[in-house]
Design a protein around this ligand. Structure first.
Ligand SMILES: C[S@@+](CC[C@H](N)C(=O)[O-])C[C@H]1O[C@@H](n2cnc3c(N)ncnc32)[C@H](O)[C@@H]1O
Length: 333
């Protein structure tokens, strides 16, 4: 991967999307309400790593999710795919052993898995592998998350194609081919019948089932039941479940992958991917949001502790490195 190019590109598109989203959401609101919405969203997201479930159907929460977690989650997705390829013992390190790939991404959120698949597919093409098609079903009931993911994805694909016409970077032209072959159902909840029919008509596809950072204490039952149905329907060749460290035990509970048929690779750390330096442009957008709510005088009108926490959160450097993730990778025996 041309990681420098990828980091600059993702940093730009996530920052642009975040800036546009903030302007759009703030439009017509009194400054104090804007400040309250920002403070509320940041508080919810801060509580998330400790197990609280944020309101994913709240656009303010989605906005700040993207401006903090999205770069890390794309990294998580890219890393689990690479670790699966390394661990399955295929001497060609093939992304898809048949050339055609199907991914059901459960709890897809802002499509981090789709970005990760695109990067891994570009690597495969640059290694000379023949890929014929990639289809992703992105499953998530929370429209603001998927909508923000889609518009960020569209910006990214546009940037990739402009970059290919402007320079001769071989890896970026592989990325352009990968993006070009990706087809995806409308993000949302494709039903099991639709998925069953797709799989029946494409029996040669390699199939993956992922649930990245989707399980919480409060949705264990629902996630377990949906993953079990999807696993029966898809009979995946590989499965990915990731969580924050504090929720690692939940990954085992919801896993639909029977260890008679799947080898589990539980990994605490996976290197590579997108690392070092921070996301400068995303960080700048967060700084400018802070300046805007601070200069309107609204922060002074709200709780002093909230106000200083907000300065702390929005002042932080946004990093590529996910904080304490736990990865469970299942490979069909
Ligand atoms: C922390 S986000 C992770 C999103 C994405 N997988 C990622 O790694 O960035 C959790 C996502 O799980 C989704 N989710 C939670 N419970 C769900 C359920 N029962 N069915 C489908 N999606 C669910 C939420 O809507 C949210 O978008």
């Amino acid at each position: 991967m041309d990681s420098q190019w990828v980091k600059t590109a993702l940093d730009s598109v996530i920052a642009e999307e975040g800036d546009a989203g903030f302007q759009h959401l703030s439009q017509g609101l009194p400054p104090k309400q804007v400040a309250l919405n920002v403070v509320g969203a940041l508080k919810q997201l801060n509580a998330m790593a400790r197990g609280a479930v944020p309101e994913y159907n709240n656009e303010w929460v989605t906005l700040f999710y993207n401006l903090w977690y999205q770069p890390k989650q794309i990294n998580v997705a890219y890393r689990v795919i690479n670790a699966m390829i390394e661990n399955r013992g295929d001497q060609n390190n093939a992304l898809s052993t048949s050339g055609a790939l199907y991914v059901a991404d459960f709890g897809c959120g802002s499509l981090a898995m789709q970005f990760g698949v695109a990067l891994a597919a570009a690597d495969a093409i640059s290694r000379g592998q023949q890929l014929t098609s990639i289809h992703i079903d992105a499953i998530d009931p929370n429209k603001p998350m998927t909508a923000l993911g889609e518009s960020t994805w569209n910006r990214f694909v546009k940037l990739v194609s402009e970059s290919v016409s402007q320079n001769q970077n071989h890896w970026v032209s592989c990325l352009s081919s990968a993006c070009g072959m990706m087809e995806y159902g409308l993000p949302g909840h494709p039903d099991v019948d639709t998925i069953t029919e797709r799989i029946r008509s494409n029996p040669n596809e390699e199939r993956w089932l992922s649930a990245l950072h989707t399980v919480y204490q409060t949705n264990v039952g629902a996630v377990k039941s949906s993953l079990s149905d999807l696993c029966k329907t898809i009979q995946p060749h590989a499965g990915f479940i990731t969580t924050f460290k504090q929720k690692a035990h939940l990954a085992r509970i919801v896993s639909p992958f029977d260890e008679k048929f799947y080898v589990l690779h539980p990994l605490r750390e996976i290197g590579g991917g997108l690392n070092n330096d921070g996301c400068q442009k995303i960080t700048e957008v967060r700084h400018s949001i802070y300046k805007e709510i601070e200069s309107s005088g609204s922060l002074q009108e709200i709780d002093a502790a909230d106000s200083s926490r907000t300065r702390f959160f929005l002042g932080n450097l946004v990093k590529w490195e996910p904080k304490d993730p736990r990865y469970s990778i299942y490979i069909k025996r």
